[in-house]
Design a protein around this ligand. Structure first.
Ligand code: NAD
Ligand code: UGA
Length: 458
């Protein structure tokens, strides 16, 4: 079959893999190839064991792989044949030099731009899929314009809003697709080409088009607003604990105001994930760069508050467990940064485990998907941490359970059986408010939720 266009995606990670799989699935008339410098990752994408866990992903890949979806380590061949190149490489926080700890490390992005320039011998559309600082497209254009062969590239911005754990649903039914393009004849023609791809399954009114800079900045802003809601409700959780108000009731009550809305108001041990912290710190860096110190401080407080909430969790454990947890086994329920993913990047569970270790407690981590990642993240402490996929194993001889991830599996466990396996008095610290606290108390547990009254046996 002759394909309408050839799409390449550089970067086969959490975004590149699922996004391209859905595009290929929905648009059989396009050939979609995903490349990566990480050969092991490409091999995994070509195997029955995909490199990431995402509900529904296997079926989508299964339908399209080998038909019009291909994973390859041959980056240059991919660039050469492509008409449209999505760039979905990682953009972590810079950990060296100027802007260390705040700015985006754009070295991977620049490497791809230089590779594209080197290999291309005809015009292409370049689509920024990675999350980038506002005005990055300008730098990208300047690199691509330095071609001695005079090849023309149009650079568009198309940030991704999927959340892990619901990536396939988010991609198949997005609230919106955002595309930013230059207001030139060539920019608008390229824009129409990318709109045409998404229009295969996304209603036209949900495909938003803006200028490039608005599109780039909207991505950072969306993540900042989402994270800010969590930090805001977490501040209120601390106040609830002092005042006998109940944070879930407060969240419900304010969420009924249609101007506020109910989503992203779940108080927790703190937000994690690869992007919220990095993107806000990037925003902070940009604001400082432009001399907007008050704006920078405002957004930085969202991250500071999140750090505080994570440390506060172990602080409360210490207070309730008689001011010492040294030598005590603590079953850590969940290590992934959220349910339905094996991803542990910036997971609050790691802060909790590190704080437990600092108190000389013995963390026993249980998680249905993230044990390999947990071992990797705690490589320096393997002699002091235990791991098991079986929660009933994890609680044996433990003084406390610390719920760090909202896996539904944890809700369905037999807590009478668990209570019997634990040391007494047995504590549950529910960092996600997912368990039935009254029922746990009736079983015999002392229960310490987030943002609501503790249930303690005296
Ligand atoms: P990731 O680390 O999972 O994947 C990035 C991939 O790019 C890696 O496999 C890496 O090997 C590859 N890569 C790096 N440099 C390369 C190069 N020069 N040539 C070829 N491949 C190269 O990252 P991710 O989570 O997919 O995130 C990618 C981007 O998308 C980031 O900017 C992130 O902020 C953004 N984003 C992520 C999410 C998410 O849920 N993870 C959601 C929206 C946006
Ligand atoms: C987030 C955004 O939701 C996506 O739109 C965005 O594309 C993505 O970041 C990104 O740019 O990487 P993600 O980090 O995958 O997605 O997951 P979220 O569902 O946003 O959860 C982030 C963290 O906040 C998790 O630790 C979650 O448990 C926590 N959270 C979420 C809360 O503590 N309370 C809530 O009410 C919601």
């Amino acid at each position: 079959m002759a394909f309408r266009k050839r799409i390449l995606c550089i970067g086969a990670g959490y975004v590149g893999g699922p996004t391209m799989a859905v595009i290929a699935d929905k648009c059989p008339q396009y050939k979609v190839t995903v490349v990566d410098i990480n050969r092991a990752r490409i091999e995994a994408w070509n195997s029955p064991n995909l490199p990431i866990y995402e509900p529904g992903l296997d079926a989508v890949v299964e339908r399209a792989r080998g038909r019009n979806l291909f994973f390859s380590a041959n980056i240059d061949a991919g660039i050469r044949e492509a008409d449209i190149i999505f760039v979905s490489v990682n953009t972590p926080t810079k950990n060296f030099g100027q802007g260390a700890g705040y700015a985006s490390d754009l070295q991977y992005l620049e490497q791809t731009a230089r590779r594209i320039l080197e290999v291309s011998d005809r015009p292409k559309i370049i689509v920024e899929k990675s999350t980038l600082p506002v005005r990055t497209a300008e730098a990208m254009e300047r690199i691509l314009d330095s071609t001695p062969r005079g090849v023309h590239f149009d650079v568009l911005s198309n940030p991704e809003f999927l959340a892990e754990g619901s990536a396939i649903a988010d991609l198949e039914n997005p609230d919106r697709v955002l595309l930013g393009a230059r207001d030139t004849a060539s920019g608008q023609k390229a824009l129409a080409e990318i709109v045409r791809i998404y229009a295969n399954w996304v209603p036209r009114e949900r495909i938003l088009t803006t200028n490039v800079w608005s599109s780039e900045l909207s991505k950072l802003t969306a993540n900042a607003f989402l994270a800010q809601r969590i930090s805001s409700i977490n501040t209120i959780s601390a106040l609830c604990e002092r005042t006998e108000a109940n944070v879930d009731e407060v969240a419900f009550a304010i969420g009924r105001d249609s101007r506020i809305g109910p989503k992203f108001l779940k108080a927790s041990v703190g937000f994690g994930g690869s992007c919220f912290k990095k993107d806000i710190l990037n925003l902070v860096y940009l604001c400082r760069h432009y001399g907007l110190m008050e704006v920078a401080d405002y957004w930085e407080s969202v991250v500071r508050l999140n750090d505080w909430q994570q440390h506060r969790f172990v602080g409360r454990m210490l207070t309730h467990m008689f001011n010492t947890i040294a030598g005590k086994r603590v079953a850590v329920f969940g290590f992934a940064f959220k349910a339905d993913t094996g991803d542990t990047r910036e997971t609050p569970a790691l802060t909790v485990v590190r704080d437990l270790l600092a108190e000389h407690a013995v963390p026993v981590i249980t998680d249905p998907k993230a044990i390999p990642e947990a071992r990797h993240d705690l490589a320096d402490a393997l002699d002091r941490v235990e791991f098991t996929e079986d929660p009933y194993e994890a609680v044996k001889g433990a003084h406390a359970i610390a719920v760090c991830t909202e896996w539904q599996q944890f809700v369905r466990l037999d807590y009478a059986k668990i209570f019997a396996l634990m040391r007494k008095p047995a504590f549950v610290f529910d960092g996600r408010n997912i368990l039935d606290h009254r029922k746990l108390y009736d079983v015999g547990f002392n229960v310490v939720p987030i943002g609501k009254a503790e249930l303690i046996h005296h």
